[in-house]
Design a protein around this ligand. Structure first.
Ligand SMILES: Nc1ncnc2c1ncn2[C@@H]1O[C@H](COP(=O)(O)OP(=O)(O)OP(=O)(O)O)[C@@H](O)[C@H]1O
Ligand SMILES: [Mg+2]
Length: 362
């Protein structure tokens, strides 16, 4: 999947622009504040209807404008999203208005490598669960419906716990048992899917780590959200009174984590910034490769400030792995020279200079 054509209007500082990117490598360079990240943000916005820099899309709308429009052409598909300052959003896919963004979930499989990627190592488990579940969602067709059912059952149990902790009326054991059985079944299904995914991901990740010339060995351990050898149904039943005190379900797949360690210590506590970047790159590359194997479609990579933290050898190693995946890449740098020599002469490389919000093809 590659973007054939992109058109933007009213996005951050970017002038109204349209262009046809390379199906392979797109180098976007320009001075600080010129609009490079905004361009990547636009593609992310098309893929996920949201930015990676802010939760509030209104900040994407150009100062002085009422709305923004992003539009792209993909092979056989056309997608446009309009977002007004007031919060209205309209999505048009292949000429049809969509009521919600759910249908877009698999349309543009975008992988992001930018300064926020460090959250994957240093942030809360939520970031690693999101990473993991992105992958599981794209390779396991049942995952999303099981996850949604789990969320309902989990919410219901929490509501029962809140209700139980406030009122003197006890919740009947039969009622509790019904919810627990359904919750445990869904939790176990989610866990099996996550574990299976990680079993496939791990060797690919290790391979990418070694090919990124990394001398560090990172171990990957999955925490399912409760004790390894415990039966979840039993745990729900036995933990009822303790959960009642807390007012929520303390253990379960909603607490799962992917623990990355070096010599038994958390990777984030041991690795240098550049090494951390390589770990995250290897995680994202591995995910893209698995996605590609499962769907026969390549991802699109948005790489903001590729050169940051990486020396020339590691930059080249990363670039050649991106090329090898044969995916479309949008990569930014302040100076073109920082990343210009990192690509094979066989690749289709297009260069764009961003100057005060204008995109100038070279
Ligand atoms: N809603 C907006 N309307 C107009 N301009 C905006 C808006 N939001 C941000 N800007 C400005 O857009 C410009 C481009 O920002 P962007 O982050 O894309 O730059 P950049 O090229 O990635 O810079 P850097 O190299 O520093 O990362 C900045 O000057 C920023 O202040
Ligand atoms: Mg930037």
């Amino acid at each position: 999947m590659a973007i054939d054509y992109l058109m933007l209007q009213g996005m951050r500082n970017l002038a109204s622009l349209s262009f046809s990117p390379s199906p392979q490598i797109n180098l976007i360079y320009g001075a600080n504040g010129s609009g490079k990240t905004s361009l990547l943000e636009s593609i992310h916005f098309l893929a996920y209807c949201k930015s990676f820099r802010t939760h509030k899309s209104k900040f994407l709308v150009q100062h002085g404008q009422d709305s923004l429009t992003a539009f792209c052409k993909l092979p056989g598909q056309q997608l446009g999203i309009e977002r007004s300052l007031k919060g209205e959003r309209r999505i048009k896919l292949n000429g049809q208005w969509l009521n919600n963004a759910a249908q877009l979930a698999s349309l543009l499989p975008v992988q992001l490598l930018d300064p926020t990627m460090f959250k994957l190592l240093e942030g809360s488990p939520q970031f690693r669960r999101e990473y993991l579940d992105w992958g599981v969602f794209h390779v396991e067709h049942d995952f999303i419906s099981i996850w949604r059912q789990f969320k309902i059952a989990h919410k219901t149990r929490n509501a029962l716990l809140k209700q139980g902790s406030k009122s003197s009326v006890a919740i009947s054991e039969t009622e509790r048992q019904i919810w627990h059985e359904s919750l445990a079944k869904l939790a176990n299904q989610i866990t099996v899917m996550r574990k299976t995914y990680l079993t496939e991901l791990k060797p690919i990740f290790d391979d990418y780590m070694s090919r990124l010339n990394s001398s560090v060995e990172v171990s990957m351990a999955f925490y399912q959200g409760w004790g390894k050898d415990k039966d979840y149904l039993q745990l729900l039943n036995e933990g009822w009174f303790s959960d009642l005190k807390q007012g929520f379900t303390q253990q379960g797949p909603q607490r799962a984590d992917l623990r990355l360690k070096v010599n038994g210590m958390p990777a984030v506590e041991v690795l240098s910034r550049g090494q951390q970047k390589m770990v995250v790159c290897a995680l994202k590359l591995a995910q893209a490769k698995l996605y590609q194997q499962a769907t026969k479609k390549p991802c699109i990579f948005l790489v903001d400030d590729l050169a940051a933290e990486l020396d020339i050898n590691h930059r080249k190693a990363l670039c050649s792995l991106l090329e090898e995946l044969e995916c479309q890449v949008f990569v930014t740098a302040v100076e073109a020279a920082q990343i210009a020599d990192c690509w094979s002469p066989l690749s289709n490389v297009k260069k764009f200079h961003v100057e005060h919000g204008n995109l100038i093809p070279e």
